[in-house]
Design a protein around this ligand. Sequence first.
Ligand code: HEM
Length: 531
Amino acid sequence: MEIIASVLGLISSHILFSLLISVISIVIFLNILFPFNSKTNTSLIIPSPIALPIIGHLHLLSPIPHQSFHRLALRFGPIFRLRIGCVSCLVVSSPSLAKSFLKTHEASFSDRPATSAMRTLLYDIADFTFARYDPYWRFIKRLSVSQLFGGQTLDLLHQIRRDEIQKLVKTLFEKSKRVEEVELDTELVRLGSNVISRMSFGRQWAGTDDELVELKTVITEVEELLALFDLKDHIWVLKKLGFDFQGIVGRVEDARGRFDQMVERVLREKEAARQKKKGGEDGGEEMMKGSKDILELLMDVNDDDNKAQMKLTRDNIKSFILGILAAGTSTTGLTIGWALSELINHPDVMKRLAAEIDIVVGKDRLVDETDIARLPYLQAVVKETLRLHPTGPLLGRQCTETCTVDGYTVPAGMLLFVNVWALGRDPTSWTNPLDFNPERFINEDNVCEIDVRGQHYQFLPFGTGRRICPGATLAMLVVQSTLAVMVQCFDWKLSGGGLVDMTERPGLMLTRVKPLICMPVPRLDQLLSSL
Ligand code: HEM
């Protein structure tokens, strides 16, 4: 609506109006002479709704794109083509097509699309998350997998996650003693950002409440801006005129400036700690004895021109930090929030989960990551949450070379969106797909057969293939152990009763319109008092 209002505002401008009329006439004329058609020779026709001149199918998109795509898929089928201004994209929402594009033709769909906002925010895409599929991406992926996301590093840094989860439990207990409500989203951002920043950069990012507010504000703004639909990127005339009537450029520069100040502070602290370490002094509480965190390794590469396999700039490092914080902080916290919301709305499931934890772990110690393998119902609850509420609802890729997939010809440059949110709601894959029913993920032997690692194309919460989420194992450890501890230690009440409102908010990630505010009521007073 906002976009349409802005467009109307623009059209009322005199000069642009005449310009648009001229362009519309040219486009209609060209459409008549050379009708746009995805059919080439024997290629199958990709269905597409009727497009309007200039804006194409923009009018069919709501601020929540995965929902619009799902509605369109119900009318046009599991593959359809849209033109958003001058940018063409394909939307896919069936497991078999997802497999064909992302596995069989993976090599042609390993790039990510980038908007102007992404370019500015991410220091000209010098990051990992949105990087092109190129040697820099391969270098950073190899380094991250071996130094941050690999099994050995995850084991080494287990204590950091345990500490942060225990801190969360203590905060919740303190609030419960004061009979205070908790704004869980904020506490979960603190947990997510501290786990990631302590593991990756050897430092708590949001130690104080002020730092937390600063980080949450910037990350929320960055996520919103990364998801914003910038008409300049799509409407050729607006791009040429460079007219920012949505006011995006100002917001992007402001968010990047604020992030830059924060990250410079962290880098300077790290540099000072490295100097001390070189001089034989203790480099700080978080430095791992005898090993380096990933930020130090990146700084080594940045410092060393001779040995470096890859030249890394300071911007690469900043962009890496922002990308990793944006990709890892909210996703983890949001998933825990969605899971707890479903549990509050389904007390029978909450009861069964609490009973499983009581039997397997008991009431004398906190659940730990090492218990997860023996908690199949917990695993099923988290998978069921990710099926209905995948925090990355759309996998965005870009075609790098013209190819034919299942008979459909896809030209180079076309964007591809795989609708993970719709895959999780597909009635041909799931019985009663809208019901929250963790039992669907376990068989009679209590075994979860469907995995989250991109092998089951009806369920891709972490994506698949070479661009699969590298933080999936870490995320599953944090989500499962935090949720388990929250259910083990507390009963959860909504003030005023009723159900948690599950309405989704526009954005790149799946967030709720209303924050999750609830009251923890201690279940295990003795254990909580001993922490
Ligand atoms: C529940 C939590 C999370 C979910 C649901 C999630 C989901 C996703 C999805 C769907 C993708 C795109 C995959 C694709 O295109 O195939 C992705 C990419 C990525 N995620 Fe996650 N993620 C989570 C947590 C994390 C964490 C904790 C980190 C890091 C600390 C992380 C770092 C990344 C990075 C760096 C990428 C980009 C990988 C690339 O493009 O090569 N994610 N994530």
